[in-house]
Ligand binder design. Sequence first.
Ligand SMILES: Cc1ncc(COP(=O)(O)O)c(C=O)c1O
Length: 398
Amino acid sequence: MLVQKYKDMLSGKSVIRQLSEFAAQRGQEIGYENVFDYSLGNPSVPAPEEFTEVMIRMLKEREPRELHGYSPNPGIAHVRDAVAASLEKRFGIPYRREHIFMASGAAGALAHAFRLVTEPGDEILTFAPFFPEYHPYVDLTGAVLKVVPPDCEAFQINFNRFEEMLTPKVMAVLVNTPNNPSGVVYSEETLQRLGEILREKSAEYGHTIYLISDEPYREIVFDGAEAPCVSRFYNNTIMCYSFSKSLSLPGERIGYVAVHPECDGAEYMVPMCVQISRGTGHNCPPSIIQLAVAQVLDLTSDTSVYETNRSLLYNELTDLGFTCVKPGGTFYIFPRALEEDANVFCKKALKYDLVLVPGDTFGAPGFFRMAYCIDTEKVERSLPALRRFVEEEYKGRD
Ligand SMILES: Cc1ncc(COP(=O)(O)O)c(C=O)c1O
């Protein structure tokens, strides 16, 4: 018999994927270059040249078994050492090999983190706006994802609602900064307060509330800033990192879990991840990619394109009268729609070949997301379409 829960999911296809498919189809009719496709967060800039060179050199010089054989279950030992050393140097937290578990991207890392600290029926809290794939990621573990409504002014954390929702059933809190979809970077004050509340409530409830920090955009930060490191504000943090965005390698499926050395139960966590991976099939990510990223850990793709695109769009949108928090990082912007129902707004935008994603799917109705990981030239060509859309559809609005 087919399993009903997966069958039920067939009707809940990702809105982002549907819009991306629409854009591809429309592209066949009018040429993809004429579709202003802001749907998907697929990095548009190439991986750094050093990554390509490392791959070519390894393919020429190293033993095929080293490159293509199974890796040890927690990841290749010297790769884990290199990740730990890089994190220690950057964030001043004494990570060691035993705190690092190599995983298949952020999705793979999160799949382990959720299973480490929740039993079926336990609650995980996250904050809107949030990455919609958190639902399948969490739901299929048997835990329950609860979403704290957004702070629509700044897209930091709505602490009043958070404290109301932080009941003894909550075993983990999931944060994502820099954030998809808002582009906002959580401030030190936000993370400080979050840490204080979690320490207080863990003591009150008599169990550790873990913080799971989803950080695929950690290096994509603008205006010369750095994203504050979540793990520095709360020891019981499980960092989930991915090279998908910073190195433009989403298809290579590589990332890691980094357990804070002072985390409760830290000594069990990586060995437990190994056991979890046996069940989920997210085990032994490709050896060659582990070896390659270990050699470019402190590099990123040229993310200046995203910053240029952010400024072009932010300036144009605010000029057109949109309310919008200026993104501090990522390659997303999340303005308020010009009518209450962002679904209707985004549908109207399609007439102008502008593919925008309604905020409902991110837990923030009334807003919409633009993923500007596209060529700057295309962003520039989309601006007149955006202007025409606003003038023709919303002329005379107050
Ligand atoms: C916030 C967030 N978390 C996790 C992921 C999944 O990342 P990966 O492709 O590395 O599994 C994404 C991908 O877009 C994301 O935006």
